[in-house]
Design a protein around this ligand. Structure first.
Ligand SMILES: [Zn+2]
Length: 246
């Protein structure tokens, strides 16, 4: 079992670094009634997440679990944590069937993603305890201070979460920041639709949020839009969006 390490991101948000091979993080977001958990790590990591939540000042009950997308390193502990805490599980309507067990290979674009996601479904996803999504959310919905942003491509219905008060974007796997550089998923074939992922990332840069916390690797603080634009080969220094102004 991994040992969780809490990494403060902002006033209301802490990352739980679950130091596995893939530098996976989940996030705890404080709200008036307790904690909202963003993603749930690999199967078997639920106790590390619970311990991290219980180490925070009360109220520290997990009241909501938002699953950004259906990959096994994001949903593995969700069923246990929902049962243990009584939390409501939320995700996008497009992602819901994949979180609940349908193979992502059905929605993959290209031969390599179809093969990799089929294999992944048989070797990994079947290890996940089935989890039910209680409530679906759409882009622009706000849950406990987090605004939903659609970032499809990595998976068909992936969502990012924009914390308006803290001006931080939890971008899920729309962007990775591993091994010292930003980019897409380094595992070939795990992204369902690479051009869709690039389009979503370009839109994120135009939101203008300067602080972005990916689910894999350190947060990018202060200059996220320009770093994303540079990575995509777009002109740097475009107009700041309305999000991220402080
Ligand atoms: Zn992923």
């Amino acid at each position: 079992m991994p040992v969780a390490r809490l990494r403060p991101i902002s006033r209301h948000i802490a990352a739980i670094d679950l130091h596995g091979r893939f530098q996976v993080a989940a996030f705890l977001v404080r709200h008036d009634g307790g904690l909202l958990l963003v993603d749930a790590g690999f199967p078997g990591w639920h106790y590390a997440i619970l311990t991290a939540a219980e180490s925070l000042p009360q109220p520290n009950r997990i009241t909501h679990i938002v699953l950004t997308h259906a990959h096994v390193d994001h949903i593995g502990g969700a069923a246990f944590l929902a049962r243990h805490s009584g939390a409501q599980v939320l995700a996008s309507a497009v992602e819901k069937p994949f979180i609940e067990g349908r193979s992502l290979a059905h929605a993959a674009c290209g031969i390599l993603p179809r093969l990799v996601l089929s294999l992944n479904h048989w070797t990994q996803a079947r290890r996940v305890e089935p989890v039910r999504v209680d409530r679906t959310v759409d882009a622009e919905d706000v849950v406990c201070g987090l605004r939903v942003v659609g970032v499809s491509g990595h998976t068909p219905g992936q969502i990012a979460l924009w914390h308006e008060a803290d001006a931080v974007l939890l971008c899920a796997d729309a962007l990775f920041n591993v091994n010292g550089s930003i980019g897409f998923d380094p595992v070939p074939g795990m992204t369902s639709n690479r051009s869709g992922a690039a389009a979503s990332l370009a839109r994120l840069a135009e939101l203008g949020c300067r602080d972005v916390a990916p689910s894999h690797g350190p947060a990018i603080l202060g200059d996220a839009p320009d770093r994303i634009r540079r990575f995509l080969g777009l002109a740097v220094g475009g107009p700041a969006g309305t999000i991220g102004e402080r």
